[in-house]
Ligand binder design. Structure first.
Ligand code: UD1
Ligand code: CA
Length: 456
């Protein structure tokens, strides 16, 4: 089958109350239309045509990493007119699948089922329908007494009896291109809304000897569109529940599947545990037995096996080794690489640093632009002064170094292997290995000194 997909994305989305074209609003941090493009790609079509309108070429521009041919619909004259605009880029021998840029969660399984019912017999077109308790607003599927589809009537054009029909048009259909072109060219806009209805092709197809093969979706969320922020939020949650379900299917323990957000791809090993209110952004990989504490945010990072992230920690663009402990309340900023068994404790910020195996930075520290050896102990409150107001400089710390609490390391500076730095030091020159270095005023006592007293 020479499958070619048309995605309608020309609508303005007035009810979104936003200057952004509707299809660029996001679910899981990905524009609605990008969800549709990604699903379409899974069908391996020979072409994807996008029809854009409102907002100028901001939609094509934002989607430029995808191989989509964009066609402009300058005036929104109806769904039939929109598909017709897209048809100019479609080949005569193609099978056309029509999708909607604001219906983001249609599954590949449903589309595959629709394409297969359509290709079951010659001279047929495929239509995805759904059964709604309350079909108000949707086009109704009109069948004859033998159950064969005759036509679709829009809500505003439906008679009282037609309005009782609860099988509705999802809008998603597939048809042979050469016929679809012909039917579209015969559309008119003599109807309640003065629009060129795509739905009118069904009656034409039936009159042309075609059979409408339907596939009925049982999951309402996969055919639901986004028209306002309420629907956007509902579909976001639905999408997240589906992801949570897949994670649990893969053996991940979720403390609450309704309180996890995955905005990108999350790969997990066996026996991972994810606590509540955790957010995963971009591409995240968790090794076996990784545990993520509540309220943590992990972005574009890889975490090795057995690593534990305690609550309220943020890790971004970093690679974390095995058996590490991070947090609670830790911030690991981009370009950090932690080897195995590293501990990053509470209120510690690490940026663009390499920390080798077994090193510990347990309390209240800032370590930036640093290369740290193995088995280093960094005392509470230690800070690398990596920025002089103009440039960033490197701090190099050898293996087995002990840095006393409340030390400032003024970069560029090197601390040799096995060095000890006395607490409270300001280290502005290199410190030799295996020696104690400190910079500290001598402690002295003023005998008989009195505290100030409040003047009367
Ligand atoms: C349409 C169907 C209706 C179906 C419903 C499902 C028609 C005539 N009606 O109605 O049977 O039950 O969808 O949601 O097809 N669009 C364009 N250009 C246009 C008009 C629309 O790109 O000129 C796009 C919109 O951006 C939207 C989609 O097509 O993504 C559907 O258009 P909309 O006006 O929402 O159709 P409905 O009235 O909901
Ligand atoms: Ca709609």
């Amino acid at each position: 089958m020479n499958l070619q997909v048309i995605i309608l994305a020309a609508g303005k989305g007035t009810r979104m109350r936003s200057s952004l074209p509707k299809v660029l609003h996001k679910i899981a941090d990905t524009p609605l239309v990008e969800h549709v493009i990604s699903t379409a790609k899974l069908l391996n079509p020979n072409k994807i045509i996008g029809v854009f309108g409102h907002g100028g070429d901001i939609v094509p521009t934002q989607m430029k990493k995808h191989d989509v041919t964009w066609v402009e619909q300058t005036e929104q004259l109806g769904t039939g007119h929109a598909v017709d605009q897209g048809m100019c880029a479609i080949d005569e021998d193609a099978t056309v699948l029509v999708l909607y840029g604001d219906v983001p969660l249609t599954t590949i399984e449903t589309l595959t089922a629709l394409l297969s019912v359509m290709s079951n017999s010659k001279n047929s077109i495929g239509l995805l329908t759904a059964i709604f308790q309350n079909p108000t607003g949707y086009g109704r599927i009109v069948r004859n007494s033998s159950g064969v589809v005759q036509k679709i009537v829009e809500q505003k054009d439906a008679s009282d009896t037609e309005q009782l029909i609860n099988e509705v048009n999802t809008g998603i259909l597939c048809a042979p291109a050469y016929k679809l072109k012909k039917w579209l060219s015969n559309l008119n806009n003599e109807n309640a809304q003065g629009e060129y209805y795509l739905t009118d092709i069904f009656e034409m197809a039936v009159n042309d000897g075609f059979t409408v093969q339907t596939h009925t979706s049982t999951s309402l969320w996969e055919i639901e569109g986004v028209n306002n922020k309420r629907q956007l939020a509902t579909l976001e949650r639905q999408h997240q529940l589906l992801i949570a379900d897949r994670l649990m299917e893969n053996g991940v323990t979720l403390m609450d599947p309704s309180r996890i957000d995955v905005r990108g791809s999350l790969e997990t090993g066996s026996d991972c545990l994810i606590d509540i209110n955790t957010v995963f952004c971009g591409d995240v990989i968790l090794g076996d037995s990784v545990s993520i504490g509540a309220n943590s945010i992990i972005k574009n990072s890889i975490l090795g096996r057995n690593t534990v992230v305690h609550p309220n920690s943020i890790i971004e663009n970093s690679v974390i080794g095995e058996d590490c402990e991070i947090g609670p309340f830790a911030r690991v900023r981009p370009d950090t690489v932690l080897a195995n068994k590293v501990k990053i404790g509470n209120f510690v910020e690490i940026k663009k640093s390499n920390i080798n195996a077994g090193s510990k930075i347990n309390h209240l520290s800032y370590v930036g632009d640093t290369i740290m050896g193995s088995n280093v102990n960094v005392g509470a409150g230690t800070i690398t002064c990596n920025y002089d107001g103009a440039n960033k400089s490197l701090t190099e710390i050898g293996d087995n170094v002990f840095i006393g609490s409340d030390t400032q390391l003024i970069a560029p500076v090197k601390i040799g292997n096995g060095a000890t730095i006395g607490a409270g030091s300001t280290i502005s020159k290199d410190a030799p290995g295996a020696e104690l270095t400190l910079s500290r005023a001598k402690q002295f006592t003023i005998q008989g000194w009195d505290r100030p007293v409040k003047k009367s």
